[in-house]
Structures are given as C-alpha cells and as structure tokens.
Design a binder for this molecule. Sequence first.
Ligand code: ADP
Ligand code: MG
Length: 338
Amino acid sequence: MRDLAGVLTYWNAGAEALYGWDRNEILGKPVHEIVETEFPAESTSSQSTLINDGRWMEIWFRKQEMAAKSSLASRQVFKKEVGSVLEINRDITAQIRAEEALRQTERLAAMGRVAGIIAHEINNPLEAITNAFYLLRNHPSLDEEARYYAQLGEAELARVGHITKQTLGFLQGVQHPINVPIAGLLDEVLQLQGRLLLVNKIVLDKKYFSDGQIRGFPVELRQVFLNLISNAIQAMPDGGKLRIRMGTRMNEANGRTDLCISVCDTGMGIKPEHAKHLFEPFFTTKSTKGTGLGLWISKGIIQKYEGTIQFRSILFKGRNMTSFRVILPGVSPASKGF
Ligand code: ADP
Ligand code: MG
C-alpha cells in the first residue's frame, strides 16, 4: 500500500518474500525508487488512469534485483477517501521465460523444416546432374583435358550430394522411430502447461478412450500437441474449458486403425477471415507474443506421418468453441509384437 507520491504505508510478508526488503527497511520510503522498478513505456499514463478511474490493471513492470530482473504483473486500485493505492504484484518471471522458451523451440523446429524442404528439393535434380556428369566423363568425344574438368565437376557434385543427404539424415533423427504412447505424451504436455491452466483459471476435461500408439519420434509429436494445447490456453486469457479427447477409429478407405486426438477450447474463436491463413508460416494474431510457426510446423509433421489436421470454430450458446482435430495412422494391434 502506498500513497500517490509512492511513499510506502504497508508492506506484507508476501512483499518481503517477493522483493527481499524487510518491512522496517522500506516503510515510509518511495517504494518504486528503492526497488528500482522499470515501468514499460506505455504505462506513463497509468497515474492519471489510476486517479480518474480508481483502477489500473495488468500492467507489466520489472524489478531490478542485483543481477536478475523479475517481471511482475501489477493490479492497482486507488482509494480516493484515504488517498492511498493498493498494489497487488504477482511474479510472472517463470511464465514469461517458459513462453520465450516455447517460441525458441518453434523457431528451431521451423529452421529444421525449411532445411528439410530445401535438402529434399535439391536432392532430385542433383541426382540427374550426377548421372549427366557420369555420361559426359565417359563420352568418347572428350579429350584428356575435358575429361579432367568433367571429373572435377563430378567430384564436387558428390560433395554437395553428401551435404544434402547428411542434412536429411540429421533432420530425420539419428535414432529409429519408436512406438509412442499418445496418452503419456499428452499428459506430459499438460503437466508442462499445468501452471498456466491454473493461473488462467482453465478447467481441464480430458478423456482417453484408447491406449493408442503412433510409430514415430516423440520430439515431433510433442511439438504438435504442445502447440495445439498452448494455442488453446492462449485463446482463453480469461478462463474457460480445455477439452481433450483421444480415441481410435476405423479408416474405411484402407482398413487402418487411426488415432484421433482433439483439442477444444472455449476461447476467443477464429475469425472467418483468419481461417484460411492459420497454417501459413508467420501468420499470427499475437503480435510479438507469437511466432506464427506452430501450426505450420505441426502440419508438416502430421503430413510426414500421413495424417491430417482440421479445425472448426463455432458459436454455440453464445460461446466460441474452437477445436483442432488430428488424425494419425496408429500402430495396428496386429503389429504390436514388433
Ligand atoms: P502462434 O501461436 O505463434 O500465433 P500458430 O501457428 O500456433 O502461431 O497459430 C497461428 C494463429 O492461429 C494464432 O495466432 C491464432 O490467431 C490462431 N489460432 C490457433 N489456435 C487457436 C485457437 N485455439 N483459438 C483461436 N485462435 C487460434
Ligand atoms: Mg502457437
């Protein structure tokens, strides 16, 4: 609790723990000067908003603490009668770091996908050129010198081929694909996002109707579901319901047992004009908080597994319901013994 000039009048145990200053050290002093708060640029009008409206909510600011900085979400209320301001500051440093880490892995995965596309595209013409060089080198019309140049070209070409093959090999992972239990993978992702579910007051409703497995790489599959689940959470900043379903279904076309996983939320929904851009690289409605790469990467991964991803966003009883559904060819029971 402080007055409008910033002089501290009350400091609870939570504040002592968060900032590291004892009550006796800091009471009666200009609090933000002492803790060296850095307010974001857009908060300059906050004092007048506070005085006029009595409230100022959810503005971020940073606290300097020796080496490390913490990010806090601040909620402030001005009590006109007593001329004091009640500040409730919550430490969200870990949350912001987790968001940044997520963006970072998305960028890395995107680089992998781009490198993969390029390597794959280059590989085919490369093979044709290599064959042409082989024929050229052995052509009877060539003299000694021309043959030498053709040989030189062929050798360098082999090097390029080696590089693209290595890139592809690296991207496909050194290990062999394994049977990945999807329920375990989903639970792992949900646990990672557990704190955000709690903070955003999101109710989780999950049901697994299968102990289905997918043959593949856990890193790739985790990337897909981490993005779908974090997109759903990010769409519900004011709370809501996250519904997760997983089950099998028979694919009539090929007699295959598919695994069907859906992630639904009651968040802000998807605007019709945005719908056709969702899977494009760099399409994001989250400005600097998004990369716009998540769905693009996910789609690439799912296609590699010969699966599909679909979404729909509807208005139901005045609420938006957005659902993403992934269908992947599962490991059929007959092949379980392998
Ligand atoms: P990012 O999450 O970095 O924005 P994505 O590729 O994961 O990138 O998503 C692209 C865009 O798709 C998002 O910015 C958002 O507009 C939209 N979107 C994805 N999932 C949802 C959802 N569950 N509810 C509403 N919009 C969504
Ligand atoms: Mg995303």
